[in-house]
Structure formats: C-alpha cells, structure tokens
Design a protein around this ligand. Structure first.
Ligand SMILES: Nc1ncnc2c1ncn2[C@@H]1O[C@H](COP(=O)(O)OP(=O)(O)O)[C@@H](O)[C@H]1O
Ligand SMILES: N[C@@H](CCC(=O)OP(=O)(O)O)C(=O)O
Length: 357
C-alpha cells in the first residue's frame, strides 16, 4: 500500500523486561522490513535501543552522573545494536547503514539538505538506513525530545507516505492502557484533536519521551501530509499488516493533511533555531489564525525581541505571549524597523515560509 515508509522502533519494543536486547523480536522486525524492502518499498528505520542495550552490558560506577551515564551506555550499546541489525539484515542479503545525528545537523537549510541527500543516496542504492540520535554527543538543551521527534522530522523531510511508530502498546487509549475499559482511539484528525486529557505521564520502562510527545509529533507529522500510525511493535507481523490492511489492525492512525511545501517542512521542525521574536497585534493574530493563507505584514508587528538578518527564522508571538508560529524573515531587522509605519511594505514573512503551531 505505502511506497515510502519511515519506521520508528522504541526501546521497549527492542528490549525484554530485564532491559536486554530482545533478539527474537528484533529478528522478526528485520524479517518484516526485509519483506517490505523486497517489494521495493523505500524504508527508513529510526531505531532507539542504544542506551537500553548498553545498560545490559556495563555496570556503571555509582558516582557517574546521568549525562555521562547516557553517553557511556549509548556509545557501548549502539555498537551492539547495529551489530545485531547488520547480522540480521545480512541473512536477507540486505545492506544496512548507520546514521547517527544530532538536532544541530538540521539547523540550517544547508545542513538539512545535506542530511536529506545522505539518506536519499543510501535508499537509492538499496541500503536500509538505520538512524538514531548520537546520544554520546547530544548533551545540550538542543537534543531531540526523543526519537519520535527525529522520526517525524525524517519522514517529513524524506516525504514518506507513512510513518509507523512502534511502541509497547496498541496505540493511544482513551484512558489508562492498564485498565480493562480503556479502548484504542482508532482515528485522529491531525488538524484539531486534543488528546492530552487521555494521556498519563507514565512512561514505559526504558523509553525517553512518553506518549504525550509521541502524540504531538504524530499530529504534527500527519498535518504535513504523512499518514502516521502508532502501533504495537511486539505483535507478530505488525509491519506487514500495517502496510497491507491498516484498517484491520488495532492501532491509532493520524489522518494526513495536505502536503506542505518542502521549505515549510524544514521550518516546522526548527523552533529551537529561531534567532529572535516578532510580537504581533490582535489583528495580525486573528488574520494568521484565520482559514485564509496570510502573510505577516509589518502593519501587524508591535516590536522585535533580539536581532535578525534576512533569512533568519523568527518566532511569532502574540502580545499576550501566545506562541503562534515560526517564519523566515524576508529582510533584516534594520529594514523592518525602517518600514514599520508603511502598511504597504512587502510582507516580513511570506505565507510559504510560515509555519503556524
Ligand atoms: N492514553 C495512553 N495510551 C497509550 N499509552 C499511554 C497512554 N498514557 C500513557 N501511556 C504510556 O506511554 C507509553 C509509551 O510511550 P514511550 O514510553 O515513549 O514508549 P517508546 O519507548 O516505545 O517510545 C506506554 O507504555 C504507556 O505506558
Ligand atoms: N537514542 C536513544 C533512544 C531515545 C528515545 O527516544 O527512546 P524511545 O522513547 O524508546 O524511542 C537510544 O538509542 O537509546
């Protein structure tokens, strides 16, 4: 059904209850990916599990702090993880590649396109890229929230038709998944659903982000035009079934919105790279939030916080402090300030370069 699929596998799927790599499960997932690959599907695999794999291999000195522990466990565990994948893919005569990334690698449009080129080249050459955050060096505030964010970014960047997010639950439940009356929410409209009331902040044993971030990312990715499926990676044949007849599999699907232009996809994931803020008045706030495609004119700007050059990304904030979106500045702060009183002056942020939260 889908021709291009990004598959994200969470730590809990890859590990058993003791935190050891669950070899049989990994092997079964690889068999399914190989089957999809043999049907000429373009697959991108985002795999967690480095820290979890490392945890089962080293006993850390009690004095080691949390950040250092993550560095140590991930760098040891990533070797084990990729060795396991590589040996399993080899049985199907499929080459896989390791790509470790940090959020910084997507900072500028140039870097973003470099990453895109790297992954496209691997896929064009029949290789399955296995991508993970480079946890050994991602230690600053500029980390991905978790691999769900990375998978959302990649599937959007690579124009995947579908993103399969595999966790250890069947999907998003309308209550605590441990209670018997909670049911899986089968379909979510990516444009207007608020599922936060259902999601408890409990996380699975070995994961990082939790269901709430998974849900935000799923919504954001679906809104940009990808069909997103949150499903249970511990269920046999899940990937094949999700691809062949998703409607028959109990899971949560986020319906895709209209595809964004490529530049908007990059902007959508660049919130942490904004250089300055533009504070807008109520008229501009209402216009941007209306159903019409609207650019941001200087007439709607109250002030700027921070400095910016032409092409920098700006965070758009209402006068009451509501974060509205991100946009690419068409000119620098000096020019913007000079023309503030000119209502006919060209838009500061054109609609095509504007992403609204
Ligand atoms: N409403 C809900 N529906 C499903 N899962 C939920 C819900 N609320 C909280 N969760 C928790 O979210 C966990 C999955 O998120 P996470 O720990 O990030 O998994 P992963 O490591 O697979 O990415 C589930 O194991 C479950 O305990
Ligand atoms: N990069 C980390 C995984 C971080 C993460 O997002 O984990 P998870 O919530 O299980 O997908 C690792 O390989 O251990």
């Amino acid at each position: 059904m889908f021709k291009t699929i990004t598959i994200k596998i969470g730590s809990n799927v890859l590990t058993d209850e003791n935190g050891m790599l669950h070899k049989e499960r990994v092997s079964h997932l690889v068999d399914q990916i190989a089957a999809l690959h043999e049907k000429n599907k373009k697959i991108i695999l985002v795999s967690s599990g480095a820290v979890a794999a490392g945890r089962s291999m080293v006993k850390i000195n009690k004095k080691t702090d949390t950040v250092s522990s993550r560095q140590l466990l991930s760098s040891v565990g990533q070797v084990k993880l990729l060795n396991t994948y590589s040996a399993l893919f080899e049985k199907h005569n499929i080459q896989c590649a390791q790509v470790l990334v940090t959020k910084q690698d997507f900072r500028s449009r140039e870097h973003y396109l470099n990453m895109k080129n790297c992954i496209s080249t691997l896929i064009q050459n029949g290789i399955v890229p296995i991508i993970n955050e480079n946890d050994a060096v991602s230690v600053t505030a500029l980390m991905f929230t978790d691999n769900d964010e990375l998978a959302g970014l990649l599937s959007s960047m690579m124009n995947s038709e579908a993103l399969f997010i595999l966790s250890n639950v069947n999907g998003i439940y309308d209550g605590d998944p441990r209670t018997s009356n909670a049911k899986v929410i089968r379909t979510v409209d990516s444009t207007n659903a608020d599922l936060s009331e259902y999601i408890s902040t409990t996380r699975s044993n070995f994961g990082r982000g939790g269901m709430l971030t998974k849900c935000h990312i799923a919504q954001k990715t679906a809104a940009s035009g990808t069909s997103v499926h949150i499903a249970n990676g511990t269920i046999p044949n899940i990937l094949i079934d999700l691809n062949n007849h998703p409607q028959e599999v109990e899971h949560t699907r986020f319906l895709p919105g209209e595809k964004y232009p490529a530049i908007k996809k990059w902007i959508a994931y660049s919130e942490s790279f904004t250089n300055a803020e533009v504070i807008i008045n109520k008229g501009a706030f209402d216009a941007l939030n209306s159903s019409k495609a609207t650019s941001l004119l200087l007439a709607g700007v109250i002030k700027f916080n921070g400095n910016f050059k032409k092409g920098d990304l700006l965070k758009i904030v209402s006068e009451d402090g509501i974060e509205v979106g991100i946009g690419k500045a068409k000119y620098d702060k000096a020019k913007a300030t000079e023309h503030m009183k000119d209502p006919k002056y060209q838009a500061l942020i054109h609609y095509d370069y504007l992403y609204l939260f």
